[in-house]
Design a protein around this ligand. Structure first.
Ligand code: KG4
Ligand code: ZN
Length: 394
């Protein structure tokens, strides 16, 4: 089976083609081959605004999604001539789907007229959570391709994708021990999710205000560092950490002792803001502030995850989402597991699959019964929760 997947939930335009062959009964007993993987990051565009504006992201997706589709298909050697002829009814349907994506229908027709229908069995597309104008581009292209190629289209939850990113070793999804706990930390989300079996998700904790990645991005801005702030803060903090002196500063750790698994990062962000307000600071001081901020974030994440481990008897811990690229957070979690919970296996995403990508969307689609076509028209759900994912495993 070959799945073509599309991811446009935020500022990455990604298309991938993943083939799976069964190595045993059902999921995850499959070998995955990434036949094509194309990704365009819009970071340069958004850097000038200091963040991602949904309509700017939508515009960029419209400009790059067809080139990414072509790139992924050509890498997968699935582009073949001669071209196919489009019927006027097909064109009409596609045009009416893409009325809000200016110029995209014409780009699709020109693409379609150049290449034959590829041997793709299913199209999987992120339908939430994310920025709705951005999500719609991927959804509408997926639905248009579904019509043109006569292939079923399936909506996939972006956060579920991040979980599979962490479990993928480039060839297979590791069969994990349940219950598994996933800490998902990204630009838009901070969630603790309990998995009792494949495809079943229970939200046991989430942020009440800012997501961790959002806090990193906002604090970076306060410190005069460019977007995206996470990697910048991480670099500055590491410079301080390498000096071997713990920061003199200590920022608050909001909700660290609350008796639940929820998070709050807006107070921490504001504390950094007040600390630097109307004040000059040297590079050394900036590095120390970044380090103190990163320490506070890591402490809160560790403490809340430990609380969740103890209450769920988790046998597996999965870290996922863009912020799990953070070196300090990765090493802090690795030491915590090694020293205090050696019976738990920790999974971290590979650098390539840490930030948004389309491979994870194809993997998540395989976790559901990919052979059952889902004919319900897709909608962009900005706040789609992972606990709403329907269990339908192959
Ligand atoms: O998962 P992702 O690529 O997109 C969303 O789904 O939001 O996550 C992006 C977020 C951004 O906020 C970015 O600043 C953060 O991940 N990030 C990091 C690091 N690399 C990316 N945060 C902390 N440390 C990093 N090294
Ligand atoms: Zn993400």
């Amino acid at each position: 089976m070959i799945i073509l997947s599309i991811e446009t939930s935020c500022d990455e335009t990604a298309v991938s083609i993943v083939e799976a062959t069964h190595t045993g009964e059902g999921f995850p007993h499959m070998r995955f081959t990434v036949l094509g993987d194309a990704l365009f990051s819009q970071i340069e565009t958004h850097r000038q605004y200091g963040g991602v504006y949904p309509n700017a992201a939508k515009r960029e997706h419209i400009l790059t999604i067809i080139p990414m589709l072509e790139k992924a298909l050509s890498e997968a050697k699935l582009q073949s001539l001669p071209h196919t002829t489009l019927f006027p009814e097909q064109k009409e349907k596609v045009r009416s789907l893409l009325t809000r994506e200016d110029g995209l229908a014409e780009q699709l027709f020109s693409f379609f007229e150049r290449y034959n229908t590829p041997a793709v069995d299913l199209i999987a597309v992120t339908h939430g959570p994310g920025l709705e104008p951005a999500l719609w581009v991927g959804i509408n292209v997926a639905q248009a391709l579904g019509i043109l190629w006569n292939v079923p289209v399936k909506g996939i939850n972006h956060m579920e994708g991040h979980i599979f990113s962490s479990l993928f070793d480039g060839e297979k999804i590791t069969p994990i021990a349940f219950p598994a706990l996933a800490l998902l930390i990204s630009g838009g989300h901070t969630e603790l999710v309990l998995m009792k079996e494949w495809g079943s998700y229970e939200l046991i904790g989430k942020t009440r205000d800012d997501a961790v990645g959002e806090a990193f991005d906002k604090v970076a801005r306060t410190l005069g560092l460019p977007y995206p702030g996470g990697p910048e803060i991480s670099k500055r903090a590491e410079v301080h950490r390498n000096k071997g002196l713990p920061p003199q500063l200590k920022f608050p750790r909001p909700m660290i002792d609350s008796s639940d698994c929820d998070f709050s990062f807006s107070g921490l962000k504001t504390a950094v803001l007040y600390h630097v307000k109307n004040r000059e600071f040297s590079e050394n001081e900036r590095d120390e502030i970044a380090c103190a901020f990163e320490d506070a974030v890591a402490d809160v994440l560790i403490k809340k995850t430990e609380r969740a481990i103890l209450s769920t008897y988790a046998a597996t811990l999965i870290l996922g989402g863009g912020v799990s690229a953070n070196k300090h957070i990765r090493t802090t979690f690795a030491s915590m597991i090694q020293e205090q919970y050696p019976h738990i296996t920790l999974y971290l995403p590979s650098p390539r699959l840490t930030t948004d990508n389309a491979v994870m969307i194809a993997l998540a689609a395989y976790a559901h019964d990919a052979s059952i076509p889902d004919n319900t028209p897709l909608t962009a759900h900005g706040n789609l929760s992972v606990s709403g994912v329907k269990k339908s495993l192959s």
